[in-house]
Ligand binder design. Sequence first.
Ligand code: NDP
Length: 290
Amino acid sequence: MQKQPVTVIGLGPMGHAMASTFLDNGHQVTVWNRTASRADDLVTKGAVLAATPAEALSASELVVLSLTDYDAMYAILEPATQALEGRTLVNLSSDTPEKAREAAKWAARHGAEYLTGGVQASPTGIGQPESFTFYSGSRPVFEAAKGTLDVLTKTDYRGEDPGLAALYYQLQLDVFWTTALAYLHALAVADAHGISAQDMLPYLSGTVGSMPDFFGFYTPRIDAGEHPGDVDRLAMGVASVDHVVQTAKDAGVDAALPAAVLEIFRRGITAGYAADSFTSLIETFKKPTA
Ligand code: NDP
């Protein structure tokens, strides 16, 4: 059966990997990128480089966007809106849920269908069976595109609201970036003591690897709105984080990251949760002071 032709707009590391994977899977691929030279090897592999965004839109009904953010999409497509009629835009660029909802309305005004995607993989994970992407938007539109999108990663359809895929994506990144920065911070303190990242690898991997059990224990309590101090108490947490801050300062390392954590723990104490679990901090997060 003839594979569905695809246009890929945006050839950063991610869009490039996507275009390449579509080609590997026998799709006819049209590409466009602001910096045209990024398409060179894809053209060698069989892709067609469109001369303009309008030409790229006209080439395929299914159009995948992989751009830095939604502003980049508008910068590229606003001058080409006459070519949007009848297209399905699948925006795999990162941005906020609200921007995704606005984009769906914008696409509809120009006669285009719209799906939001949040890619849970690095460029090397594109085309790999373990990778997946959150999608949201019209279910029939998603179902029609799914067979082609499956070439990139597995799909996880979250619902009709176009903001949902962006929301799930940002929730993952909320955890990812904070964890990744904590990893670097710990390594800076280790380095001050002559301990290498390689030395720390098994220990930090062990700590992060224990998180699913930790989440599993606390999840029912959080969903029930209960924060009993039977296993951990916030007062203990404050003392513990304070030790982390002092250890960083003693090592001559910037302590801003754990100091921010300490400040949040202290707000929980001020709010009266000293004898409750650290999970009570979710109530503090829900009532921001500024
Ligand atoms: P890059 O930021 O490297 O690439 C962005 C693309 O957007 C390039 O094609 C760039 O064009 C284009 N672009 C940016 N601004 C404009 C503009 N104003 N006008 C026209 N084109 C513009 O991102 P990646 O390829 O790494 O990622 C793409 C998306 O995927 C991002 O939203 C990212 O958050 C998301 N993502 C990335 C992951 C990764 O590991 N890389 C993982 C998961 C998601 P040009 O080449 O001309 O600069």
